[in-house]
Design a protein around this ligand. Structure first.
Ligand code: ADP
Ligand code: MG
Length: 315
């Protein structure tokens, strides 16, 4: 395998609450992305996806674990040491309405990272105009304000700004969830085309499996702060192994692969402040065995398809 662009190991983010309780938002995540690869991170709301995104970009410091970007350890770096690396990874948030300053023109928003790099005058304007064209917006939009744009157009402006410094990794946190359904499809198609054109790697976060299936080469399924299954997209959707993945796939994607459960996820929405002992999925698992409530399974398996489940451990 080529050297990873991003490699995350044992990543954790714990938030202390009152009375000694702790929210284990991210609780031991291992993940790698090759250059130009598109990896989907899926799971129910609250499982820790956005926290992983923020950790990877070092917008928040981890409680434990390692984050390497192009072989370089990011944890422990000071803000000034991080600054030159930051341009190589950018994040797109769910809500483009909140991501843009309503008082700034499109030009000002997209130009900002370039101005910080010292670009000015005609060069700056030409560069910003090119970025707009790159995201499929007319140059005339340069002088518009956010309220003059649709949701999809705003998200394209956010993408243009993220592309300004020619990153190698885009972290996309539910980038289409806040958009109208008709616009979602256009933005997804655009994101795929953009990746093919620029050779970017995507960490594509979504609770929507259908979206991830469309965009991603590889998929990591997250449950209560951990990755419980990871593999090529066609394996995750065509031959899911973890009972949680099987339930997710069964619930959203007809036609279903043979042998998937009829009634998917039973039980309460899990609580990251009260993670059960043993396998964290055990309380909701239709296949639960005795040992599942005692022993925490590790993510294992060869050929790039790994699963954390006692049912699938080598005998
Ligand atoms: P997702 O993006 O998958 O919906 P998040 O990463 O936003 O999940 O959140 C994971 C868990 O961490 C949730 O239980 C959430 O309530 C909790 N959490 C996130 N941020 C904080 C915080 N700053 N303080 C306490 N708990 C948090
Ligand atoms: Mg989120």
């Amino acid at each position: 395998m080529t050297a990873p662009l991003l490699e995350v190991r044992g990543l954790a983010k714990h938030y202390p609450l009152k009375h000694g309780r702790i929210v284990r938002a991210v609780d031991g995540v291992d993940l790698a992305l090759a250059p130009g690869e598109s990896v989907g991170l899926v799971g129910e709301s609250g499982c820790g996806k956005s926290t992983v995104a923020r950790l990877v970009l070092r917008l928040i410091p981890p409680t434990a674990g390692s984050i390497r970007f192009e072989g370089r350890e990011l944890t422990g770096l000071s803000d000034s040491a991080l600054r030159p690396l930051r341009r190589h990874m950018q994040i797109i948030f769910q809500n483009p309405h909140a991501a843009l300053d309503p008082r700034r023109t499109v030009f000002a928003s997209v130009a900002e990272p370039l101005v910080v790099q010292g670009l000015a005058g005609r060069d700056l304007q030409a560069r910003v105009a090119r970025l707009l064209v790159q995201v499929g917006l007319p140059e005339g939009f340069l002088w518009r304000y956010p309220h003059e744009l649709s949701g999809g157009q705003k998200q394209r402006v956010c993408i243009a700004r993220a592309l300004a410094l020619e990153p190698r990794l885009l972290v996309l946190d539910e980038p289409t969830s806040a958009l109208d359904v008709s616009v979602q499809a256009q933005i997804l198609e655009f994101l795929q085309e953009l990746r093919a054109r620029l050779g970017l790697a995507y960490l594509f976060i979504s609770h929507n499996l259908a979206v991830v299936r469309q965009v991603c080469d590889r998929v990591a399924v997250m449950y209560l702060g951990r990755i419980v299954e990871e593999g090529p997209a066609e394996r995750i959707f065509g031959a899911p192994r973890h009972p949680y993945t099987r339930a997710l796939v069964a619930s959203v994607l007809p036609p279903r692969p043979a042998g998937l459960p009829e009634a998917p996820l039973a039980g309460d929405v899990p609580n990251a402040a009260a993670i059960p002992p043993g396998c964290r999925f055990a309380p909701r698992c239709p296949m639960r065995m005795d040992r599942c409530t005692r022993e925490d399974p590790t993510l294992s398996g060869g050929t790039g398809h790994r699963v954390a489940c006692h049912l699938h451990e080598a005998a």
